[in-house]
Design a protein around this ligand. Structure first.
Ligand SMILES: [Zn+2]
Ligand SMILES: [Zn+2]
Ligand SMILES: [Zn+2]
Ligand SMILES: [Zn+2]
Length: 447
């Protein structure tokens, strides 16, 4: 329960602030960032239920239709009469402020006069939380357009809070964002809100605390996000649906209607019909974080020299992925989508998957034996830039004495020539993570 520390003053403050002349964007943003950091929220879409639950001792949130029964009134907080989508009421009980939030789930406030979508309802609650967390209600019990001269400014602030909460700067400044439709689907906000956010992000508002948000969301953005975009509503809501196809054999999702064969498993692939409406819309399947790239580095050996003919590395592994029919593919493809032939990278991709599986087995064994995996390891590797690629096959965990063990594959880490430099860089990053470097042990083992 968040009751202590910095929240404590927040809940007990009863002083009205000075007159607000213009929207306090930085302040309101920091309130939303605090909330995300404090609750350890690390995935999108932000789970609003989780936030409501955390604050349930202080804030009660009801749908309008529910509140009618619970509060035994025809129009809770006069939402319908005033034609507004949500409202917060402050109840002062001596030492603390408590709040009641009611939001329209029926549609009387909607410009479309239909039941508000989940997206709209989420936004309304996020907006009301913005009023509460930005202390808008101190000195009053409810905000009133007619009575409050700052009303317009407070509305802008509350919307800005919701925007930062659902679409954090630290996340969207760091990932490859195909378009505002994508933001809307990933953050579960309206297209309108996502477009405004996209515009906002073209200005540089990034600060150190956004970096903490990025760190907190890193594992999600680097990995789990793929699960989210391969699920609803991305594939069901019609936006990308007819334009993307799932291989019936291996489940790989492909884009467009030009495939005859699955590029992952090579099986015969039945083309779907193209969605005319979104004909020019490209479905983006990652990566979402721009990973450092060392030009011409073999992902298996992690060595970087290219031999004479430019098709192979010195290690003998292929360096590009062209089918004998002439069509070029990205390194992720194992089969030609036109003729179904095996591509040069197939063997590499198989080896890569095998090595990643080996690491995952290792991780599994470590967590099974009761040790704690070091969550930030992938983030630290990312921060190391191209050097981090040399640690592609590695695992980090704490033992019973809080000693951090970094296990690296023998042929990648210790063979790398700038071993000392790599260690120095790791040391710096670990210090930023407040890990005592004396308590770090490197083990070079063949994974
Ligand atoms: Zn408002
Ligand atoms: Zn397939
Ligand atoms: Zn190689
Ligand atoms: Zn081919």
């Amino acid at each position: 329960m968040i009751y202590t520390g910095k929240w404590k003053c927040f809940w007990s403050t009863n002083q009205k602030e000075d007159k607000i002349e213009s929207p306090r964007f930085e302040l309101v943003k920091s309130k939303a960032v605090d909330l995300l950091l404090e609750l350890g929220i690390n995935a999108l879409p932000v789970k609003l239920d989780r936030i409501i639950e955390e604050f349930s001792d202080f804030i009660s949130v009801f749908k309008w239709s529910e509140a009618k029964d619970i509060l035994k009134t025809d129009d809770p907080l006069h939402l319908k009469q005033k034609n507004i989508s949500g409202r917060a009421l402050r109840i002062d009980d001596g030492c603390c402020s408590r709040y009641l939030v009611v939001y329209d789930d029926v549609g009387f406030s909607s410009p479309y006069k239909g039941k508000p979508s989940i997206m709209m309802q989420r936004w309304t609650v996020g907006h009301e939380f913005g009023h509460i967390f930005s202390n808008h209600l101190l000195g009053t019990d409810m905000l009133n357009r007619e009575e409050n001269s700052e009303y317009g400014i407070l509305e802008i602030e509350a919307n800005f809070f919701a925007a930062e909460l659902f679409m954090p700067t630290g996340v969207y400044s760091n990932i490859i964002v195909p378009d505002s439709d994508f933001i809307s689907l990933l953050s579960r906000v309206s297209i309108d809100a996502s477009q405004r956010r996209e515009w906002y992000l073209t200005f540089n508002h990034y600060n150190e605390r956004d970096d903490l948000i990025f760190k907190q969301f890193f594992n999600f953005l680097n990995d789990d996000i793929k699960l989210v975009i391969n699920e609803e509503p991305f594939h069901r809501n019609g936006l990308y649906y007819d334009f993307t196809h799932k291989c019936k054999n291996c489940g790989y999702i492909m884009i467009g209607n030009v495939y005859k064969y699955c590029i992952k498993c090579g099986s015969d692939y039945k083309s779907g019909k193209e969605n005319k409406k979104y004909k020019n819309k490209n479905f983006y399947n990652g990566p979402f974080i721009q990973l450092p790239r060392k030009n011409k580095m073999c992902i298996i050996c992690l060595k970087s020299s290219v031999s004479e003919d430019d098709k192979k590395y010195a290690c003998g592994h292929p360096s590009n992925n062209v089918c004998s029919c002439g069509r070029r593919f990205g390194s992720e493809a194992s089969y030609c989508s036109d003729c179904g032939q095996e591509l040069p990278m197939k063997r590499i991709n198989d080896m890569y998957i095998q090595r990643i599986e080996e690491i995952n087995q290792y991780k599994y064994a470590i967590s099974k034996s009761g040790y704690l995996l070091f969550d930030e390891w992938d983030y630290i590797r990312y921060k190391l830039g191209p050097t981090g690629l040399k640690l592609n096959y590695s695992v980090a965990f704490f033992d019973d004495f809080d000693v951090l063990h970094i296990i690296t594959s023998f042929n990648t880490f210790s063979l790398s020539l700038d071993f000392i430099r790599t260690k120095t860089l790791i040391k710096k990053e670990l210090e930023d993570s407040k890990i005592v470097y004396e308590n770090v042990v490197f083990n070079d083992v063949k994974l």
